[in-house]
Design a protein around this ligand. Sequence first.
Ligand SMILES: *[C@@H]1O[C@H](CO)[C@@H](O)[C@H](O)[C@H]1NC(C)=O
Ligand SMILES: *[C@@H]1O[C@H](CO)[C@@H](O)[C@H](O)[C@H]1NC(C)=O
Ligand SMILES: *[C@@H]1O[C@H](CO)[C@@H](O)[C@H](O)[C@H]1NC(C)=O
Length: 356
Amino acid sequence: MVAKYIAGLRALAARRVVTLVAAAFVLASVIVILVRLGPPAKLNDLKLPDVKLPDIDMSKLPNIPGFSGSHEPEHYEKCDRNITEPLKQWKAAQQKYDKLMDDKFTIAMQTYKRPKELDETLRVILSEKIASLHEIVIIWNNLEEKPPGNFKSETGVPVRYRVSERNSLNMKLLPDPDFKTQAVLLSDDDVYYKPQDLEFAFQTWRKFGQHRLTGALPRCATPDAEGNWGYGFCSKDSNQDVYSMIITNLCFSHMSFLDYYSSNNTVMQKVRDYVDDHFNCEDIALNYVTSYLTGTGPLLVKGRDKYVNYEPAQGISKKPGHLEARSKCLNDLTKMFGCMPLVNETAHIERGVIVL
Ligand SMILES: *[C@@H]1O[C@H](CO)[C@@H](O)[C@H](O)[C@H]1NC(C)=O
Ligand SMILES: *[C@@H]1O[C@H](CO)[C@@H](O)[C@H](O)[C@H]1NC(C)=O
Ligand SMILES: *[C@@H]1O[C@H](CO)[C@@H](O)[C@H](O)[C@H]1NC(C)=O
């Protein structure tokens, strides 16, 4: 009798332990705590091989933009946090948008001559009620053609076409004075979260991501032996377990970052001119801005399903030279900022609970 009782207690205790362990596991898998890596080794500490320079005065040579010759590459430290003026400007921007709704979001979707992709993406997003979606604004960059008329979906979401003043990637990042929400989902016409995952991504932004770019597609920045930054996809085979960018094909941003990006701040003006000249890299630039101002990295959010991306085989990121062009942006932007603002993150947030 007593033995049976004790055995029963043991079983109960064992079950308790199992329950506790399971609960801890569930908690751990729901909330992935963001751990930031310590500062990377100082680039200036890297030992460079002794190079005999030719007997000419390098300073007299003409400065060729983007040219990195045989002279020492330019090294940049991590940005420090002593940035009083930029922080003041960002704070003012935050106050400016304080009155906008913080429990709803706006989609700013860029499109250029891809009506089929645009239609399909809109069809999916509007097929189900997304509780927190306030409005969709289509950034219409095809200036040769008139956009279709604005409409309201059966799910009650207004869809507004905004014709850009010029065909520029900077147009997507405008802090539209007509936006009614602090959160903007920056997106392209060929990529989306499924509706319920989109709501989840937004709620994650609200809880954990308001000071981060929060979205679906991570990217990596890694320096080579000479300290030049290289752009990558953080793929498994590259042995990366960190990321420092979330690209704006599908990511939430707080309005204050768009405001800063679009401001007359001298560095930002240079950055926007650069984006226009190269027709590229506005998304990398917004990551620079956000991490520069906050000192934190972005936040990767995965839904229950993988995001959908029907980028065609000949899409821009598959073109030869894409990685090189993106790496060049990293190095040029680092030069413009005078430091490397990106911050590595190791963790992400995923919808649902996976029990063993
Ligand atoms: C911060 O920057 C300002 C101006 O750039 C400088 O005067 C000040 O000494 C710096 N403070 C620290 C703690 O580095
Ligand atoms: C992020 O981590 C990688 C790999 O550990 C490292 O090479 C790189 O310098 C880090 N990037 C930044 C922006 O600190
Ligand atoms: C920059 O913008 C701010 C706020 O919009 C304005 O007060 C300031 O005069 C502008 N400065 C320049 C140089 O245009």
